[in-house]
Ligand binder design. Structure first.
Ligand code: NAD
Ligand code: UDP
Length: 310
């Protein structure tokens, strides 16, 4: 197949490009390199089946493709809050352009949605049927509401124009190729520990997240995209749930060194708890994560060691 990946030079996108090329597909990687890096895909450039296109998804684009993975959007809070209006435009216009293209060429669209559609959830763990608790005017809204609206667009294009859609709600994922200054918690803690700096916990550290290793997530992407009928939304994530204090202690133990834990104020609207209910993914896709946090941190730490020369 010929497959378009928007945001293909980012953390998840570059792993997906690699996986799909490995399966013998032709891959077009479209990216504006806001948070993506050429370094993430440089090893793919020699492959004749790989094509890199510098383009912004807020502008229309046209390719003859069979499948579209729509991943373009900054994902870490500091990056998506850097230019919130651009973030919401990226989510909404990017989804519209992907869905419009899919309608014209008959392609299937995979939308990278997020656990953020559940906001600061009152229901725990979160099943797909939970409608969420999102502050529409807070500092995370540019991302959360942008992604919620992108889901709406997917389902309206599906109902109105019969566009074939697959919507994945992705929970916190980590692994090699995250940016060292990405701002997300796993990369922050590892980079701080490797540099001998103190680990910055926001708030008291009792808030929880559930962390999925990138290889597991990409396997979930492929299974959902190639499912014959399931539109989703489907939760994809690892149900193993940790407080930020537990994560900091685990990373300190693995990296070693003399870093301590320091506390900073909790950012606005920071969700207190998050854990995916993956019953649907297990049942419909036969998918569940194989890599526990303990194991997935090792290759991630090794990647950052090389990157930082530590
Ligand atoms: P990332 O920031 O590494 O990748 C995003 C990519 O999109 C980057 O390459 C960036 O340059 C590109 N991009 C941003 N705006 C663009 C635009 N206007 N036009 C073209 N390209 C643009 O983040 P990631 O972790 O790889 O996330 C990929 C997708 O998965 C995002 O849509 C994100 O919302 C979603 N997601 C990720 C996670 C996670 O934990 N990693 C969780 C939930 C959802
Ligand atoms: N966090 C933290 N220290 C950091 C970065 C993040 O304590 O240096 C916290 C953050 O407040 C949140 C959790 O870790 O409670 C996960 O943050 P991240 O930005 O990785 O993802 P998200 O909040 O989008 O799930």
């Amino acid at each position: 197949m010929r497959i378009l990946i928007t945001g293909g030079a980012g953390f998840l996108g570059s792993h997906l490009c690699e996986r799909l090329l490995g399966e013998g597909h032709e891959v077009i990687c479209l990216d504006n390199f806001f948070t993506g890096r050429k370094q993430n895909i440089v090893h793919l450039l020699g492959n004749p089946e790989f094509e890199r296109v510098r383009h912004d998804v807020t502008e229309p684009f046209k390719f003859e493709v069979d499948q579209i993975y729509n991943l373009a959007c900054p994902a870490s809070p500091p990056h998506y809050q850097h230019n919130p209006i651009k973030t919401i435009k990226t989510s909404i216009l990017g989804a519209m352009h992907c869905l419009g293209l899919a309608k014209r060429v008959g392609a299937r669209v995979f939308q990278a949605s997020t656990s953020e559609v559940y906001g600061d959830p009152e229901l725990h763990p979160q099943p797909e049927s939970y409608k969420g608790s999102v502050n529409p005017i807070g500092i995370r809204a540019c991302y959360d509401e942008g992604k919620r609206c992108a889901e709406t667009l997917c389902f309206d294009y599906h109902r109105q124009h019969h566009v074939d859609i697959r919507v994945a709600r992705i929970f916190n994922t980590y692994g090699p190729r995250m940016l060292p200054d990405d701002g997300r918690v796993v990369s922050n803690f590892i980079v701080q520990a490797l540099r001998g700096e103190d680990l910055t916990i926001y708030g008291d550290g009792t808030q929880t997240r559930s962390f999925c290793y990138v290889d597991d997530l990409i396997e979930g992407f492929i299974r959902l995209m190639n499912h014959p009928t399931l539109t989703g939304p489907v939760n994809l994530g690892n149900p193993g749930e940790f407080t930020m204090l537990q994560l900091a202690e685990l990373i300190l133990r693995k990296v070693g060194g003399s870093s301590k834990i320091v506390h900073f104020p909790l950012p606005g609207d920071d969700p207190k708890q998050r854990q995916p209910d993956i019953t649907m993914a297990r049942r419909e896709l036969g998918w569940e994560p194989a890599v526990p946090l303990e194991a997935g941190l090792d290759p991630t730490i090794t990647y950052f060691r090389h990157l930082l020369g530590k």
